[in-house]
Design a protein around this ligand. Structure first.
Ligand code: P6P
Length: 339
């Protein structure tokens, strides 16, 4: 049977679900086309002079990789002329990117982490591009867009997804009607559907966390991970496996495909920081995808998509994946508060 292309899928969504206004369809097609170009650069690596640092830090205080900057520029250039966006924001830019006056402004706001897990590129491990789409406030056509226009809870996202540059190059996407996966067919240059309406398999006993931070975790996380480590002799009466790839896209994609739970929780290394991962362009889009696939996404006690943002680059604790496992961690947080 002939597989559907991304374009066919988007046209169907436009017709059937009315979940896809024309400008949003154009946005997704442009982001998908740009991720194709990014995958070619990622794949070239040293042969294309793509590895190593830029010799500067980004707004997060992290060493900027060459590919961070290249991918960021590609996404800005590809999206600013189409008339579908009011503005953009990125992990790699301190402030928002306004649409130049020579182009029409559109109805949407696009946020992205151009290369998530970029430190992995230099050692040939999987990385990805994460994107999140919000509606711009109605009145932006008559005024300049501000950072405040982006500060909407994740439940208001109209689309979110990621490209993952691994053994295969895949695009995983949701417009609020389930999660769909497309593989990049390099012979035709098309994104071709490989899985539809992905549901997180339940009961897989696999957790993803950076164990080197164990001594800094809150008691609820200590308890949850400790019980996983106790295995079948402990209260869970089952053995668990652990994975940590250093790339949220890779870990979450694995969870989408075979289940499990991902944790990057608050820790006491810098108590004022709610977590390491960023709310607007990591936790919200990945949380949207996980919820659309039947999973849960919490910061500990709170649903991530309900968090009211206060800043473009704010950080958040992240616990997402198999709903029963996330529920257990939530319960442990609530029991710790009541204790
Ligand atoms: P650590 C990559 O830098 C990232 O933002 C996520 O993709 C990943 O899950 C996490 O940080 C890895 O953090 O502290 O284990 O290096």
């Amino acid at each position: 049977m002939q597989r559907k292309t991304l374009t066919q899928f988007l046209v169907e969504q436009q017709r059937r679900e009315a979940a896809l206004p024309g400008q949003l369809r154009l946005l997704i097609e442009i982001v998908a086309r740009t991720c194709k170009a990014i995958s070619i650069s990622v794949n070239k690596g040293a042969l294309g002079g793509m590895l190593g640092d830029m010799g500067a830090e980004n707004v997060q205080g992290e060493a900027q990789k060459k590919l961070d900057v290249i991918a960021n520029e590609r996404l800005l250039e590809a999206n600013e002329w189409g008339g579908h966006l009011a503005a953009m924001a990125s992990e790699e830019m301190e402030t928002i990117h306004l649409i130049p006056n020579r182009y029409p402004k559109g109805e949407y706001l696009l946020m992205f982490d151009p290369i998530d897990g970029s430190s992995n590129v230099d050692v040939n491990l999987t990385v990805g591009t994460i994107f999140s789409v919000l509606r711009a406030p109605e009145d932006v056509s008559g005024r300049a867009v501000t950072e405040e226009d982006f500060l909407q809870s994740g439940r208001h996202q109209v689309a979110a997804g990621y490209a993952i540059y691994g053994p295969q190059t895949l695009l995983v996407l949701s417009v609020g009607t389930g999660v769909y996966e497309f593989g990049l067919d390099r012979e035709t240059g098309s994104w071709v559907m490989t899985q539809e309406r992905i549901r997180i398999p339940e009961g897989n006993r696999e957790f993803a966390i950076n164990m080197s931070n164990q001594r800094f975790w809150a008691p609820a996380v200590q308890r949850y991970v400790g019980e996983c480590m106790d295995g079948k002799d402990g209260p869970r009466e089952a053995n668990f496996n652990m994975r940590w790839t250093g790339s949220m896209v890779a870990d979450i994609h694995r969870i989408l495909k075979r289940g499990g739970i991902f944790l990057y929780p608050w820790d006491s290394r810098d108590p004022k920081k709610p977590g390491k991962l960023r709310l607007m362009y990591e936790a919200n889009p990945m949380g949207f995808i996980v919820e659309q696939a039947g999973g849960k996404a919490f910061d500990g006690p709170h649903r991530i998509l309900d968090i009211a943002p206060t800043g473009l680059h704010q950080r958040v604790g992240v616990i997402m994946g198999d709903r029963a496992e996330v529920d257990r961690v939530i319960d442990y947080h609530r029991e710790a508060v009541d204790a």
